[in-house]
Design a protein. Sequence first.
Length: 464
Amino acid sequence: MKISASYIATLLVVMVLMNTYPLLESQNLAFQSKSAALLGSASAINTALSGLDELTEENVAQAVGNMDTRNISRAIVTDPYGKVLFDTREAGNASGRYVFYNELVEALRGNQAMYSAYKEGAFHSSAAQPVLFRNQIIGGIYVYEYDKQQASMLENMGNTLITISVGITALVLMLSMFFSRQIAQRLGNLQTAIRGVREGAYNQRAVLAGHDEFTQIAGEFNELVDRLQETESARRQFVSDASHELKTPLAAIRLLTDSILQNANMDSETAREFLSDIGNEAERLSRITEDLLRLTRLDSGVVEEAGLVEVEPVLDRVVRMLRPVADEKDVELRISCGCGVLVAATEGELHQVLYNLAENAIKYNRRGGYVHIGVDPDEETTRITVEDNGIGIPEEDLRNVFKRFYRVDKARSRAAGGTGLGLSIVSDTVSRRGGVIRAENLEEGGVRFAVTLPCVKREEAEEL
Ligand code: ADP
C-alpha cells in the first residue's frame, strides 16, 4: 500500500504539472502576442490621426473611417474627456457618449495600457493609447479584440492533455498495483518462511525466484537457517550425548547401591569395594560436568581478555602434575622448551591445552613409551607439539577426535577416566585465541598434536 501510495502521489504531482504548466505558458504567449497586435493597431490609428490639433467627430471619421479594422473587434476614438468621437461597432455604437474603460482612462492620463484575459471560452483583449498634439493629450484610442478561435485551440490542447493524463494515470495505476502486489507477495513468502523458522520449523526455506535484491535476501535468509539448523542439530546431539554420558555412571551408582542394600549379609570388604566403585563413578560424573561447564563457557562466547603468558612455567606445572601418572605407566616425558616464549592467552587456557594433550599422550601410550613436548617460537606464532609413540589413532578417526564425545576406543577411554571432551575443549580454546590445532600419525607409531598460537617474544612484550 505504501509503495503504491508513493507511486500515486508522484504521479499526481506530475499530472498536475503537466496539465497546468503548458496551458499557463501558452496562455501567456497568447496574451503577449495579442497585446502586441492590439498596440500595433492602436498605433496605426494614432498615425492616421497625427497632425490634427484637435479631434472632432468629422475629422476623426475622415482620417480613420477608411482604415481596415477587420482584424480587431472594436476601435474607439475619444476626446480628452472620454467622449466617444468615433466607434467602429454598429450595434450599440457609443458615439457621443462618455466611456471609461480602465485602459482608456489610463491612456487619457498619458500612458499606454493593455489588458488580456481568458474568460468563458474566449480571449478578451484591449489596449489604449493617448493621441498627442505637441505633447498635449487631445484624445484617446481604445481597441478591443474578442478571440474565440485561439481560445478553442487552447481548450483543445487542454482536453488532449487531460485525455493523455487519464490514460497515463490508468496505466501507471495498473502497473503500480501489479508491481506492488508482486512485491507484497514476495515479501509475504519471505515472512511466511521467517514465521515458520521462528516457530521452530527449521526445514522451512524461502522460495528463490529471479535475480534481484529479494532473491539475495531470501538466499541469505536460507543460509542463515542452514546455519541455525546445523547449530540446532549439534545442540540436540550434544544434549543427547551428554545425557547418555551422565546416564552410564548414574546407572552404575544405582546398581551398586541396590546391591549393597539388597544384600544384607554382604561382607564388609565387598561393601567397601562397592563403595569405592561408587566413589569412582561419582568422580567421573564430576569430571564430565566440569568438562561440560568448560565447553558451555567456551560456547557462550564470553572471552576473557588474553594476557601474555610465559609457556615454560605453565608447562613445568603440567609436567609436575603428570609425572606420577607417567611414571606409573612407565612413560618417559621429554621436554624441549625455549625459555622466554610468550603466547597471547590466559594462563588457565594454556594449562588446559597442555594438560589435556599431555595427559592423552600418556593415557594412550604403551609401557616404556615416551611423550615429547616441544615449544618452538616462530616469527609470529608459537608451535607447541605433543607427540608420543603410543597406540596412535586410525587414519579415518583423525579428523573426528576433536568432536565432542568422540572416542576411538570407548572402553579404553572410559577405563582411562576419559570423558571424550578433552580434545574438543582444547580445539575450541585454541581457535578462540586465533590458533590452529592439527593431529597426525607418526610413521614410527604414535600421534603428534601440533598447536599453533599467536605468540609474542619476550623483548617485544617488554616493549609493549
Ligand atoms: P578422552 O577423554 O576420551 O581422552 P579426548 O577428547 O581427549 O577424550 O580424546 C578423544 C579420543 O581421541 C580419545 O578417546 C582417544 O581415543 C583419542 N586420542 C586422543 N589423544 C590420543 C593419543 N595421544 N593417542 C591415541 N589416541 C588419542
